[in-house]
Each structure stands twice: as structure tokens, then as C-alpha cells.
Design a binder for this molecule. Structure first.
Ligand code: ARG
Length: 464
């Protein structure tokens, strides 16, 4: 028996219709969640006297055996069944006969699939959250080692002001920290149990929905049975959070691709995380970063796909909702692979600190500081801005930095220049004097790293 219904039909399902309708090909990955949910349901049915305690324990025992057999490979999930729910129930009935037929009492596949998806999604969200914490740890370790690794900071991809590698990576730390918070929010809102909602209008059996909710680790049962079977918000929220994670990863990936280019040479990617060209022997390509950047589009697409599927659906369950699975699974798989590979790749990067430092020295990243120097000497900022602008133009012509100009030359641009200008516009001063909260100066950066460290430790310790 591969099908759970058929009583009111006089004809077999058309082959093409069956293939079109079936979801087993992609929902088989829910086997564990389906079985766990079914065990909780059976225990509750027994507890409530809807089936006998004996029947409940027989069902529970056999479902546990089925889970074991699927996991060991002894019982392969094959495509003859309509979906994972049919597979589990049919196998249960095959093994224990009539008792197995009682499992579905007071339950519909509508609340069953809602439960399975929630259990699966909750598991995956926690896994992704843990992966993010590992990524955050990797980023923080690099920050700690590089509070004095000077480099240019960019706006418009043009050198702007000097900063440090710790500061630059610290920006991503903040992004991933917010991502982790978004996953926590998803987890909080999704943690309500839909089982016991039936097809749409509950049931006349005296189900104990609190018991099932507690057995499955939910905060409480859901409060409206129609909403329970047709809510896919938690998937959309997760995919939105994953899309933002991917957006962050793709920005990070793009920067590493630029830094790895022959022109920048800020970093060297590990051989194990690079690939070669079939024709150009000199090539070592940053494919992992490019793939992460590319896969971002996929995850956005998955989110749009489900949003569009859900748009305009009348209450309650509609088969359209079966279309939630492939995009959700794809987004989850993609994000997981990207976060974990990205993390591993990051920890093997070699930073060419001297190249980064020289890049910060060249390119007038100290121009703002030179203007600020004049301000301290009493020149109004707007005038100082103009003076340094003309000075930079002159330096470009001469192929020199501001710090390479003699004091006599400098005085031609403003009499306010003095010998102490060289210290004021040196790279070290430019960075280390930036001590506002959130700025790259080492003293401040180290304080911020301590705050981030404490946050990360608490986040790791409070996981559940
Ligand atoms: N395979 C279905 C899904 O994924 C399960 C629910 C089926 N319910 C129904 N009434 N046909 O949505």
C-alpha cells in the first residue's frame, strides 16, 4: 500500500498525475522529523485513552525501529510512495498491521506536514546559527592578530582613509552578529506547535496539544488551527535571514576577490581553496569566493519563489504549499555550504601585511589628517580642505606623497605647516589617533574586540 487514500475513487491515478503530485522525491529528507512527530502523537493518543497504552507503545517501538532502519540504510525511502508521511505510515502498517492503522487518528497530513517542516526548519536554523558562531569566531581570531595591520579603507573603491585589517574585518563581525540575532528571532517566532490542528478545524478527539508541544520542545501549541496548517511565515523569515547572510558573504567574497587580484595582492589564498585553469598555467583562481557570490542569487530566488507561491492563497491548506519545500531546502543547503566553506577558507588566508601597509601609505589616505592638522593650527576646515586638495594635485604631478614634500614646499601651500606635520600625517598617527568608539585606533579596537569576545562567549554558552 503506497497510497493513504483511494476509498472514494473508482479509477487509478494517472501515471503522469502521480509523478506530478508526489513529493517523496524531495520531502524524504523529513523522515526523522515525521517519525519524531508521529511518536509524540501516538504517545499522546495513548495518554488520552484515544488508543490503548499498549497500542501506543507498540506504535512507538515500531516507529523507532523504522527510524533506525532508514538511518542504517536497511529501509530505503523509495519513490513509490506519495510523500514521506505515506512512506512512514505504510511501513508501520506493513510491520504491525491494524495497530499501525490507528496512528493517524485525530491527525491530517496538513498539520503533520506543518509540524514536520517546522521541526526540520528549527533543526536547520540552529545548525546554521552554530555555523555562524564558528564564522564569527574565525573572524574575531583574525581581528585579534591584526589590530596593527595597516591598510587603506575605501569609499567608491578608492583609497579614502587609513584603517587596519582588524577594523575592516570588524565590520563583517557586526554583520554576522546581526545575522545571528535574526536567526534567534526566527527561532523564537517559529517555536509553536501546529500538531493537533487537523485538516483545518481541529478535531473532535480529546487531543492534548500541550503534551505534544512539550514532548517536541515547543514553547506552546499554536492558537488557530487554520493558520497552523497554512502558515509558512517561518520559512519565509528564515529565507529572508539567509538572503541577508548571503548578501554579507557575497560582499566579503567580492572584497577578497579584489584583494587576491594581481593588482592588489593584499592576500594569498591557500592552494587548497583555489582552483587552476585548464589552459592558463599561471592561474590560481578564487573560485570559492566567486561561487559564494554567485550562489547568493539562488537564495534570493528561493525567497522570491516562496513569497510568490504564498501570495493570494486562500485559507487554509492548498497544494501550492507543497512548493515550499524545494526552495526552502535549496536555500538551507546553499547557505550551510557557503558559511562553512567560507569560514574554512578565511582561516587559511595569508595576509601580505607589507603590501597592505604600502598601499595605505600611497594614495593620500592621510589627506584628511593633513587638513585636520591645519585646522589645529587655526585654519578653518573648509580652507584647509582646499589647501590640501591643491597640495594633493601637485603631489600627483610630482609623483610624491604629502610626507615626501619638504617643509619649504609645504609652506608654499600654507604658512601654517610646521615640522610636526610629518608626524601628524604619518600612517601610524593617522590610524592610532582615530580613537572614537568604533574607530580603528588600536587602543579603541582592542576595547571593542573585548566587547565582541564577551558577546560571542555568551552567544555560544546560551545556545539551545
Ligand atoms: N506532501 C504534502 C505537502 O508537502 C503533504 C500534505 C498533503 N495534504 C493534502 N491534503 N494533500 O504539502
Amino acid at each position: 500500500m503506497a497510497q493513504l487514500w483511494g476509498g472514494r475513487f473508482v479509477k487509478e491515478t494517472d501515471e503522469a498525475v502521480k509523478a506530478f503530485n508526489d513529493s517523496i522525491g524531495f520531502d524524504k529528507r523529513l523522515y526523522r522529523d515525521d517519525i519524531k512527530g508521529s511518536i509524540a502523537h501516538a504517545q499522546m493518543l495513548g495518554e488520552q485513552g484515544i488508543i490503548t497504552e499498549e497500542e501506543a507503545s507498540k506504535i512507538t517501538k515500531e516507529l523507532t525501529a523504522i527510524l533506525f532502519d532508514v538511518e542504517s540504510g536497511a529501509l530505503p525511502v523509495t519513490n513509490e510512495y506519495e510523500d514521506i508521511h505515506s512512506f512512514v505510515e505504510a511501513n508501520l502498517i506493513e510491520r504491525i498491521g491494524d495497530t499501525g492503522k490507528k496512528l493517524h487518528t485525530g491527525r491530517s497530513r496538513n498539520d503533520q506536514v506543518a509540524l514536520d517542516m517546522k521541526l526540520y526548519t528549527r533543526r536547520m536554523t540552529r545548525e546554521i546559527r552554530d555555523q555562524l558562531l564558528e564564522l564569527l569566531d574565525t573572524v574575531l581570531a583574525i581581528m585579534e592578530k591584526n589590530t596593527d595591520t595597516y591598510m587603506p579603507g575605501f569609499t567608491h573603491l578608492q583609497k579614502a582613509q587609513p584603517t587596519t585589517l582588524a577594523h575592516h574585518f570588524g565590520a563583517y563581525f557586526e554583520m554576522f552578529k546581526r545575522d545571528k540575532g535574526r536567526l534567534d528571532d526566527c527561532l523564537k517566532r517559529m517555536n509553536y506547535c501546529p500538531l493537533g490542528s487537523g485538516a483545518l478545524a481541529g478535531t473532535t478527539y480529546p487531543l492534548d496539544r500541550d503534551m505534544v508541544s512539550e514532548l517536541l520542545g515547543f514553547d506552546a501549541p499554536t492558537l488557530n488551527s487554520m493558520d497552523s496548517v497554512s502558515d509558512r511565515d517561518y520559512l519565509i523569515e528564515l529565507m529572508a535571514a539567509l538572503s541577508i547572510i548571503m548578501m554579507h558573504l557575497s560582499r566579503f567574497a567580492e572584497e577578497l576577490i579584489i584583494w587576491n587580484s594581481n593588482e592588489y595582492r593584499f592576500i594569498e589564498m591557500d592552494d587548497a581553496f583555489s582552483t587552476g585553469s585548464s589552459i592558463m598555467p599561471q592561474k590560481k583562481n578564487p573560485d570559492i569566493c566567486e561561487l559564494v557570490r554567485g550562489k547568493t542569487g539562488r537564495v534570493y530566488g528561493d525567497l522570491m519563489s516562496l513569497l510568490t507561491t504564498m501570495k493570494g492563497l486562500p485559507l487554509a491548506y492548498n497544494k501550492d504549499m507543497q512548493e515550499d519545500k524545494e526552495p526552502a531546502f535549496d536555500a538551507i543547503d546553499t547557505a550551510k555550504a557557503c558559511i562553512s566553506l567560507f569560514s574554512a577558507m578565511l582561516s587559511t588566508i595569508t595576509f601580505r601585511k607589507e603590501v597592505m601597509r604600502l598601499s595605505a601609505v600611497r594614495g593620500f589616505t592621510n589627506a584628511t589628517d593633513a587638513a585636520d592638522y591645519l585646522v589645529v593650527k587655526g585654519v578653518p576646515f573648509r580652507d584647509a580642505h582646499g589647501i590640501i586638495g591643491r597640495l594633493v594635485l601637485h603631489c600627483i604631478d610630482e609623483n610624491k606623497g604629502i610626507e615626501d614634500m619638504s617643509i619649504r614646499e609645504l609652506k608654499e601651500f600654507s604658512p601654517a605647516f610646521d615640522e610636526d606635520v610629518y608626524d601628524a600625517v604619518s600612517l601610524g598617527t593617522c590610524v592610532e589617533k582615530r580613537l572614537t568608539l568604533g574607530a580603528p585606533g588600536q587602543e579603541m579596537m582592542k576595547k571593542v574586540i573585548e566587547i565582541e569576545k564577551k558577546w560571542l562567549k555568551e552567544a555560544v554558552d546560551s545556545r539551545r
